[in-house]
Design a protein around this ligand. Structure first.
Ligand code: NAD
Length: 256
C-alpha cells in the first residue's frame, strides 16, 4: 500500500525535552521540514515551553504534554490531548529512554523493571496508541530509537536490562512492521552508536569521547544531528518502501 501524506501533518516525538538530547535535535529538524510537532516527555511545562519555541522559530504548530511513557494511561491521555490540538498524526518517533550501567550480578529486580518499563514497554504503549490513529487514516511512519547495545551486548555504557530492552525494540519494530505494513504504516528502528549527550552518566569529557571514538571507523563519537537526520529520512513520504529495518548510525561500530 502506498499512501499519500496530508498537506498538514504532525510528528509525535517522545523524549524531546532534554536540551542536549537526540529528541531536541530531532524536533528542530522535523519542524524545519514543515512537520507540526507534538512533544511527550516527563515534565509537561518543559514540553509546552519547547513547543512554543518551535512555533516561534519555525512557524509550525506544536504542543506538549507531560507523561511517563511507562504509564500507559498517561500516554493515552497525552496522545489524546496532542491529537486534539494538532493536525493529523503521520509520524511517531520513540526517543524517550534511560540508561542503566549496573553490572548484571549487582542488579536488583527494581532496576531490571525500571529499565524495561521505560525503554521497551514505553515504546509499546506509545506505538500502540498512535498506531490506532494511523491505521484509521491509512498512513503512518513509526521510528524507534534502539541502540547498538542491542546488537553488541552493551559495550559502551549501559548493561544488561538496557541491551535487552533495546533488543526488544528491534523485535517490536519487526513485528509491528509486519502487522501495520498492509495498513499503510512503516515501522523502523535506528541503532545509534555512542552519541554526545548526557545520558551516559553525565556530559562526556574529552577523554571519554576519545576512548569511545577509538572503536569507531570515523574517528569521532556521534552528534545528536547524526541521529536526527536518520529520523528525518525514515519519516519521509518517499521512504515508504523501507520497513522492518534497523538503521545503524554508529560510525561503523557494528556491521551486519
Ligand atoms: P537524554 O537523556 O538527553 O534524553 C532522554 C529523554 O527521554 C529526556 O528528555 C528524558 O526526560 C526523556 N525520558 C526519560 N525517561 C522518560 C519517561 N519515563 N517518560 C518520558 N520521557 C522520558 O538522552 P539521549 O542520548 O538523547 O537519548 C535518547 C534516546 O537515544 C534514548 O532512548 C537512548 O537510549 C537512545 N540512545 C542514545 C545513545 C547515546 O549514546 N546518547 C546511544 C544509543 C541509543
Amino acid at each position: 500500500m502506498t499512501s499519500t501524506f496530508p498537506a498538514a501533518r504532525t510528528a509525535i516525538v517522545t523524549g524531546a525535552a532534554s536540551p542536549r538530547g537526540i529528541g531536541r535535535a530531532t524536533v528542530s529538524r522535523l519542524a524545519r521540514d514543515g512537520w507540526n510537532i507534538g512533544i511527550i516527555d516527563l515534565d509537561g511545562d518543559a514540553c509546552r515551553q519547547l513547543a512554543a519555541e518551535l512555533e516561534t522559530e519555525f512557524g509550525i504548530s506544536a504542543a506538549g504534554a507531560g507523561a511517563n511513557v511507562a504509564d500507559e494511561a498517561a500516554v493515552r491521555a497525552a496522545v489524546d490531548e496532542l491529537e486534539a490540538a494538532l493536525p493529523q498524526i503521520v509520524a511517531l518517533v520513540n526517543i524517550a529512554g534511560i540508561s542503566s550501567a549496573t553490572p548484571y550480578l549487582d542488579l536488583d529486580p527494581g532496576e531490571w523493571a525500571r529499565v524495561l518499563d521505560v525503554d521497551l514497554n514505553g515504546v509499546h504503549y506509545v506505538s500502540r496508541r498512535v498506531a490506532e490513529s494511523m491505521v484509521k487514516s491509512g498512513v503512518g511512519r513509526i521510528v524507534s530509537i534502539s541502540s547498538v547495545s542491542a546488537q553488541r551486548g552493551g559495550g559502551t555504557y549501559s548493561k544488561t536490562p538496557y541491551s535487552v530492552a533495546k533488543a526488544g525494540v528491534i523485535g517490536l519494530t519487526r513485528a509491528l512492521a509486519r502487522e501495520l505494513g498492509p495498513l499503510g504504516v512503516t515501522v523502523n528502528a535506528i541503532a545509534p552508536g555512542p552519541i554526545d549527550t548526557d545520558i551516559m552518566g553525565g556530559t562526556l569529557t574529552d577523554e571519554r569521547k576519545a576512548a569511545m571514538a577509538a572503536d569507531l571507523l570515523v574517528g569521532r563519537v556521534g552528534t545528536v544531528d547524526d541521529i536526527a537526520v536518520a529520523v528525518e529520512f525514515l519519516v519521509r513520504e518517499d521512504t515508504a518502501f523501507i520497513t522492518g529495518h534497523t538503521l545503524n548510525v554508529d560510525g561503523g561500530l557494528y556491521m551486519n
